[in-house]
Write a protein that binds this ligand. Structure first.
Ligand SMILES: Cc1cc2nc3c(=O)[nH]c(=O)nc-3n(C[C@H](O)[C@H](O)[C@H](O)COP(=O)(O)O)c2cc1C
Length: 215
């Protein structure tokens, strides 16, 4: 097999804009999922608005090409997120939110990621959000900047970060008051062959040396 390279395409632009009348059904879907989670015994719900998934597509101006109440200004682009958080908050006693304003995963980007990162937590303070979970990583390396500082400074709830932390770095960041907690993924995989890619890497090998030193 040749080594096919992933070519980022304008996938977000190719997607059809969701007609506005369908948006309430999206909000209702999140509410129902949260209600079912709590009914199933979960303590709380973390809303995923990161990594180029639907809520992130609305948040960032590289993908949100809408006009009208859900497009244009940051306030409009965050409208769907606010509606979802209000709906989920009514269904769960504990709510977190996962964000990644800098991450270019899934081809997503924003013209002002740090501005968004500074503005968004101010809005979140007005909602019943217990913690924000910020992915500091930027998989594509397209956008750079200090994301965590403005997000911590502006948010009044618990500030969780993740993305390539070792145990030592996490302890240092908590000790220095940069974050309240750190989340991990990679070091806790049961099966190392979980990083799928367009080529054999990820299926047939493990992460590059150095990433798993804290295992
Ligand atoms: C095997 C694996 C699969 C993951 N899948 C997703 C995913 O589907 N969506 C997502 O937003 N993040 C996904 N993540 C990212 C994690 O949620 C988390 O942000 C990340 O693992 C934290 O960084 P770390 O792995 O360097 O500790 C995945 C992580 C791993 C290790």
């Amino acid at each position: 097999m040749e080594n096919p390279q992933f070519t980022p395409g304008p996938r977000c632009q190719r997607q059809q804009l969701r007609p506005q009348p369908k948006i309430p059904s999206i909000v209702e879907g999140f509410r129902l999922a949260a209600r079912n989670a709590i009914a199933s015994g979960f303590d709380g719900v973390e809303v995923h608005a990161a990594n180029g998934y639907l809520l992130d597509q609305f948040l960032r101006d590289g993908s949100n090409q809408r006009s009208g109440p859900y497009g244009g200004s940051m306030d409009n682009r965050a409208r769907l997120l606010r509606e979802v958080l209000e709906a989920v908050a009514a269904a769960t006693p504990l709510m977190g939110l996962r964000l990644s304003p800098l991450n270019g995963f899934n081809d997503i980007r924003d013209s002002d990621p740090i501005g968004l990162a500074r503005w968004l937590p101010q809005q979140l303070n007005q909602l019943s959000l217990h913690y924000q979970h910020v992915i500091r990583a930027n998989c594509t390396g397209v956008q750079q900047g200090d994301l965590l500082t403005p997000m911590r400074e502006q948010f009044r709830g618990v500030h969780v970060a993740d993305g390539g932390y070792s145990a030592d770095e996490a302890n240092a960041a908590i000790g220095a008051g940069q974050v309240n907690a750190v989340a991990f993924g990679t070091p806790f995989r049961a099966n190392p062959d979980t990083f799928y890619s367009p080529g054999p890497e990820g299926y047939t090998d493990d992460m590059p040396p150095g990433r798993l030193t804290q295992r």
